[in-house]
Design a protein. Sequence first.
Length: 340
Amino acid sequence: MNTPYFPEETALFSKVWQEQLKGRKVAVLGHRRPDGDCIGSQVALCLWLRDNDVDAVCVNEDKPTRVLEHLVPDEVPFSQAKDFNPEGYIAVTVDCADLTRIGKVLAEMFPLPVLNIDHHISNTLYAEHNILVADACATGEILAGMFMDMKQEHNIEIAHSLVAQGCYIGIATDTGQFCYAADYPRVFQLCSQLFEAGARPSEAAKNLYEQESFSRLKLLQRFFDSLTMECDNKVCIGVVREEDYQATGATTEDLEGVVDYARSIEGVEIGALIEERDGKIKGSLRGKSKKWRVDQVAAKFNGGGHAAAAGLNTDLPYTEFRESLIKELANNLANPDETC
């Protein structure tokens, strides 16, 4: 018998599934502005539950982006929060570090989810039961590992290839196509099993990375023109303003992955995106190493996330926020967390 991937987490998942989810109506919730790991994990868990005696549906405050909508098959009921009737449902969250990430409407519907499955180091353990694997590269990795463990322990197969595809896309996107730090021996072993279960990496890559809109490219051009170097050229910051959307015809979903261009510059340790939207500031931070703990920087501005990837929202004026952000980033660069 092979060594289980996540034995303690799988035991808890199995217990919750058998004692609290079976025979129930379950809403699988993800975070606002869902990314590949969020949508992939929602779909994978929903399908797995539906194959195992649970009446599961996916619910999110926002629709999947144009690039990710192919991930939601006809077999998966997917609703926006504004159209969802929660009567009779209990909730499971995926890829959400805290309850606010699911949005105000869903948080009011489900103030205490039954189960929270996540990999963010900043997770607040807000559910009745919490499965947190902070060294996992993606929630999709955790689900894949638990599904494989369930197959080994309970002989429960992944019945849908779309379950495997959802887990794989979560892994592929949250590792930056396998460029970010991760436990790759475990990740690649899991991916090999996902391929055997029906995951299609070439199809995933085509849908994710070869469907660029012209408006997104025009938005990228403006983002590139805004780039500045800070903190002895170790930080690169780009800005997208309200008028950039109007001038290019782009939408907020066209910002997915844009911050990675700032991080990718030679010599840069942390890339940042500052976005002006609806009179407020949103930020995305990406570090080349976990030791820079950009989640701690984001936390100073009501945000959070991973040690090397985090987001934030703030009501501070742009100039004040930018100055404060640079100060916090400089402090983290001067005091790396060598335990990461």
